[in-house]
Design a binder for this molecule. Structure first.
Ligand code: NAP
Length: 243
């Protein structure tokens, strides 16, 4: 059980992040939800978590791609909760388009939120992890970071970068008893994917034959929090898509 431990979930106001926050709360963790714009969504998830699981939960509006904003947010979370045991870097965006047409801004913004954002959060949490000689870092990557995806050069690069970040941090922090792993979801039904027109075509490519749920990813995150002898791993949650 995670009673007395605090989990920070970036992008915890919707989709996969909200499911991860609820799953860790169901195991007793106190929850800090970090989000960028939708106050109502964050407050709703937070109120439900407090009601359903009787744990402490707070929301923090922060653009994780901003180094100083991320620093202020981590400081505020530590002040409110005492310490951080679990960091789930889940905040992510897409700005899809073929590389031949992609603007520099669209390439950079996706790298800044998805990859630099994870670095920023880890960078500001790391001293605490080292001091307490324990902790869990989980980075939400994607099968696009493993396989590449036409129309997602920016997104795939950010998600592949997260895998390299994960393995380096795993090596740096292993001597301190801190694990760092990545989850690579395939197609998961959330706001990010709900408009995909060709869902039947997608399902046909998935060996298990269906689109995944946010709960599927949340279960994998809960496993990685429990698994003290697993680090530097990339756990695919993709119905077999990328095998
Ligand atoms: P989503 O429903 O679009 O939710 C994105 C979340 O990230 C929201 O809570 C959003 O907050 C937050 N966010 C966006 N930009 C942010 C920023 N700059 N700073 C802080 N928070 C920010 O996404 P999802 O589908 O649940 O995906 C979650 C993660 O899983 C992403 O990293 C995504 O790349 C990855 N993933 C998803 C799938 C899939 O099929 N859905 C597959 C593979 C990987 P606001 O709403 O307040 O802006």
């Amino acid at each position: 059980m995670l009673n007395g431990k605090t989990a920070v979930v970036t992008g915890g106001s919707r989709g996969i992040g909200a499911a991860v926050a609820r799953k860790l709360a169901s195991k007793g963790a106190d929850i800090a939800i970090v989000y960028s714009s939708d106050d109502n969504a964050a407050m709703t998830v937070c109120e439900e978590i407090k009601k359903d699981f009787s744990v402490n939960c707070r929301t923090y509006r922060c653009d994780v791609s901003d180094f100083e904003e991320a620093k202020k947010t981590v400081t505020a979370i530590k002040n409110n909760f005492g310490s951080i045991y679990i960091l789930v870097n889940n905040a992510g965006i897409t700005r899809d388009g073929l590389c031949a047409m992609m603007s520099e801004e669209d390439f950079s913004r996706v790298i800044d939120v998805n990859l630099v954002g994870a670095f920023n959060m880890i960078r500001h949490c790391i001293a605490g992890f080292i001091r307490q000689r324990g902790g869990r870092i989980i980075n939400i990557s994607s099968v696009s970071g493993i396989m590449g995806n036409a129309g997602q050069a920016n997104y795939s690069a950010s998600k592949a970068g997260l895998i390299g970040l994960t393995k380096s941090i795993a090596r740096e922090l292993a001597p301190r008893g801190v694990t760092c792993n990545a989850i690579a979801p395939g197609f998961i039904l959330t706001d990010m994917t709900k408009d995909m027109a060709q869902q039947d075509e997608i399902k046909a490519r998935i060996p298990l034959g269906s689109i995944g749920s946010a709960e599927d990813v949340a279960c994998a995150a809960a496993f990685l929090v429990e698994a003290s002898y697993v680090t530097g791993e990339v756990l695919r949650v993709d119905g077999g898509l990328a095998m």
